[in-house]
Structures are given as C-alpha cells and as structure tokens.
Design a protein around this ligand. Structure first.
Ligand code: ZN
Ligand code: ZN
Ligand code: ZN
Length: 365
C-alpha cells in the first residue's frame, strides 16, 4: 500500500515540477510510510528525491520505533547520534536535488526549515501540500473502509452518551467517561467537546466544570483515531424537555444538514454544498448564527482538504471524504451542530455515520 504511495508522490512531484519532497513528523509522514514520528527537537525527516532513493533521517534512539513502523522497509533509514549534524544527512540524501525545487511539509517546525535553507542557498522552497494534497484528497477503497470502521466506532460511543447524561454531572465528568469509551475501539482520543447550555454557543468549547442542568441542550462533538484514520461526529442531547425555541432551531438544523448531504455528488463544487446549508439556515432566520464553514476533509488528519466553504470552487470527485456539519450558535443562550462524515461515490454520496439526527431527548430526573 505505502510503496504505492511513494510512487504516487513521485508522480505528483513530476506534475508539480518538484525535485524532492522533505517531510517532517506529520500526518504526511504517516500517510507516506506509516511512521508516527514524535515531533521532537531532534530532526526526523523523510527525503524523497524524484529520481532517487527515499531516505528516512532519524535520531539513533528513534531507530527501533522507525523500524517497527515498517518505514525502514520503504526508505533507507539513516540515523544520527546526539552530537552529529542531521542537516548534513538531509543534504546528502538530496544529492543534486539540493539546488532544485524542494517541497517541504507544511507542518515542519520553522527552526528546521531555517537550518535547511542556510545550507541550500540555491534551493527554491514550496509547500509540501503542493505535492501531498493531490494524493490525500482522493481516498482509496482501503482508506474508505478505514473511515467506515472508525465511523462505526464513534457511532457506538454516541449510542452510549444518553446513559452518561444526568443533571448535576459536570461536562468534564461526562467528557472523561466518553474518552474512556472512545478508547474501547479507537487507538487515540483526538478531542471530546461536551458543551452544555450557553457553552454550546462556542463551537470549540473546552469541556469544563460547568454542571449540566435538566432542560438545557448539550452539544457533544467527539473524535478519535483508529488504525490511522480519524472519526468526528456531533450530536445534540437534552435531559428532559427542551425549550420550544431550541426544538425549532434543531429541526431547521436537521433540514439544513440533510439538504447539504443530499446535494453531495461528483462534479458539484465544495462551495455549493456550503451554500445549500447556509441558504437554508438564512431563510429560516438563523444565518447570522452559523459562524463557520460547513465542513472539512478527514482522513489521516481530523481537518484536511477539501474545505467545504464559500469560495472553494474545487469540484467534488469520487473518493473525497469530509464532514457536513452546519451549526447554529446563539451567544449566551445555546448552540447546536449536527455532523456526519460522508464519502463522495461515483454517482452520489455515502454517509459513514448512521446515528439518528434528531435532538436526543434523555429521560429527565
Ligand atoms: Zn472543529
Ligand atoms: Zn468536524
Ligand atoms: Zn466535530
């Protein structure tokens, strides 16, 4: 699988007129060679010359982890000791490409890039995404299967959320219980948002000590990583009876989310999906309360291309995977967001998540 990815990377480099790809610890590195490198102060770098052998430069003490990941079967592992110069190993691996056009991973720390630039004064640097985005944007059948598996795993966690919600518990207590359940069928917890009452109006609310009361809505947005692929699903809960205005708001949001999902198919633009959700919320008078884009791509990273946002004329194509997650955030009152991951198919769309969209009403005290 990953051998094929390095070959595809070389093809993308040829298209982008890039002579070598330099990838630090990142989702790109995991994607290309399966190595989950630690973002240390010591350099780890995959060097992929367009015409030449791929080399993985890594600290000597990380060699066991690099080998265990299988990355050393795909790239020649060259380690350095505590007093050696890793930058010299990189320039050596670059060979003649050191004077060419180098695509360096978007998430590489500036300190490493500055050190590289000092020793490669003739090189022309471009963003690694120039090469990587075309690879990661279209998921293979294997990647879609991984997204479906991790999607089922997070759906199973949402199914357990009602049992965790009781008046008097804090967001943090509920959040810890959710995190434990995510780990049952994920390798990592990526985030847990439990936003009760007015906290629901902050899309990325940091789960805290607020005590959850009966009758107030709770936005639960959770995600993790399983076998290298990410999940991300949001549902809204209420203990007891919701206020009529919240119930109404939620119905409109369900419609907006469903319409946006139904509009997904090959050939339409990413922007058009955002417009479907936004137009529906605007028509119902909630436009000013929808303060973010409609979605983001997902794969080896929680947030990656394609961005489902106004102005993005990118045409959707089979194999793209992204969230559809409109929200309504009324400051100081409450908020709601409905989020599923969907995959573009040959003739339409296939959601990866299958939990009911309705406001989940949990029995009151
Ligand atoms: Zn987010
Ligand atoms: Zn999301
Ligand atoms: Zn989310």
């Amino acid at each position: 699988m990953t051998t094929d990815r390095l070959e595809r990377a070389r093809a993308a480099m040829a298209d982008a007129d890039v002579d070598a790809l330099l990838i630090g610890p990142s989702a790109d590195l995991r994607y290309l060679v399966g190595y989950h490198a630690l973002p240390l102060e010591r350099l780890t770098m995959l060097v992929v010359p367009r015409d030449g052998e791929a080399v993985l430069v890594a600290p000597e003490l990380e060699a066991p982890r690099a080998q265990a990941s299988g990355a050393s079967d795909l790239a020649d592992l060259r380690t350095f000791g505590e007093t050696d110069d890793p930058i010299a190993l990189v320039t050596d691996a670059l060979g003649p490409a050191a004077t060419g056009r180098l695509a360096v991973s978007d998430r590489l720390w500036a300190g490493f890039l500055l050190a590289l630039q000092r020793v490669t004064p003739q090189a022309d640097y471009v963003a690694g995404s120039t090469v990587m985005r075309t690879l990661r944007l279209i998921k293979s059948a294997e990647e879609i299967a991984a997204l479906e598996a991790v999607g089922a795993a997070i759906d199973a966690v949402h199914a357990q959320v009602p049992a965790l919600l009781r008046p008097g518990r804090t967001e943090a207590e509920v959040g810890r219980d959710i995190a434990e359940r995510i780990l049952i069928d994920h390798d990592e917890v990526n985030f847990v948002i439990v936003a009760s009452g007015p906290n629901g109006a902050s899309p990325h609310h940091e789960t805290g000590d607020r005590v959850i009361e009966a009758g107030e809505p709770i936005v639960v947005d959770i995600g993790g990583t399983r076998a290298g692929y990410c999940s991300d699903v949001t549902r809204n809960y209420v203990i007891g009876t919701p206020s009529p205005d919240y119930a109404q708001l939620h119905r409109v949001l369900e419609e907006a989310q469903q319409r946006a999902v139904d509009a997904v198919r090959p050939g339409v633009s990413a922007a058009s999906i955002d417009a479907v959700a936004r137009d529906h919320l605007e028509a119902a008078g909630y436009g000013a309360y929808f303060v973010h884009r409609t979605g983001h791509g997902i794969g080896v990273e929680e947030h990656e291309e394609p961005w489902i946002v106004a102005g993005n004329e990118l045409e959707l194509a089979p194999g793209m995977a992204f969230s559809v997650e409109p929200g309504i955030y009324v400051p100081d009152r409450h908020g709601a967001r409905i989020e599923d991951i969907v995959v573009v198919t040959d003739d339409g769309v296939a959601p990866v998540n299958h939990r009911p969209h309705e406001l989940c009403v949990v029995d009151g005290p």
